[in-house]
Design a protein around this ligand. Structure first.
Ligand code: GRF
Length: 216
């Protein structure tokens, strides 16, 4: 399965998906990495792995639609079957998300539907939450609002800070995201008429991949 990864920055999730490709016996191949920022470190990671990269700098476009259209053209030209958003910090137009409906994933650092948007770690702390985590979901026009496939959880400790939570969740992300990508490539995951199916059964609640309650 040909996949593309969209990034804006460090690309540690991209790295995890690159590293997992061989483990998954090349069930998927990353054929293209697109960044909206020329300085994104993830571009170097992709180049090191011999993957084609493309910079589509959003600052060169006057409107969201024109920027999205360039990405759509590049992705379609590469015959991409799955688009993986990995720290891609742009809101996508409804037209773009509808074009890739059912074949675009995102990872978000919160237990959705809690904390859509930014600063998720601080918001979880400020709310006095006992647990926090990440969600991998199909992308729909609603920002961070598509159906959740997988979540990994961690308990919030008294001495946790936004930074310590971010670190812990990043580590969990590096297992969760490649796992979901592999499932999709295996044909185990399907998004149809607003519903998610896993192994041909409707998924009514997220699969909990990791629940770190070692210190509970
Ligand atoms: C991750 O925390 C992810 O949940 C969020 O952006 C971050 C990207 O990190 N969407 P990286 O660029 O993959 O290191």
């Amino acid at each position: 399965m040909k996949i593309a990864v969209l990034i804006s920055g460090n690309g540690s999730n991209l790295q995890a998906i690159i590293d997992h490709q061989q483990q998954s016996k090349n069930l998927y191949e990353i054929v293209l990495v697109i960044s909206n920022r020329p300085e994104a470190f993830g571009l170097k990671r992709a180049q090191k792995a011999g993957i084609a990269t493309k910079v589509i700098d959003h600052t060169n476009f006057t409107g969201r639609e024109a920027f999205d259209e360039q990405m759509k053209i590049a992705l379609d030209k590469a015959e991409v079957e799955l688009v993986v958003l990995a720290g891609f910090m742009r809101i996508l137009s409804a037209e773009f998300t509808e074009h890739f409906l059912g074949r675009m994933l995102n990872i978000h650092p919160s237990l959705l539907p809690k904390y859509q948007g930014l600063n998720t770690h601080q918001r979880a702390l400020d709310s006095g939450d006992k647990e926090h985590g990440l969600s991998v979901h199909f992308v729909t026009p609603e920002l961070d609002g598509g159906p959740v496939i997988v979540q990994s959880k961690t308990n919030i400790q008294n001495d946790d800070t936004a930074e310590s939570l971010q670190q812990r969740i990043h580590t969990l992300e590096h297992t969760a995201y490649p796992t979901v990508v592999e499932w999709f490539a295996q044909g185990r995951l399907l998004f149809k008429q607003s519903k998610v199916y896993f192994d041909a059964k409707e998924l009514n609640s997220p699969i909990i991949l990791t629940s770190d309650n070692s210190n509970a």
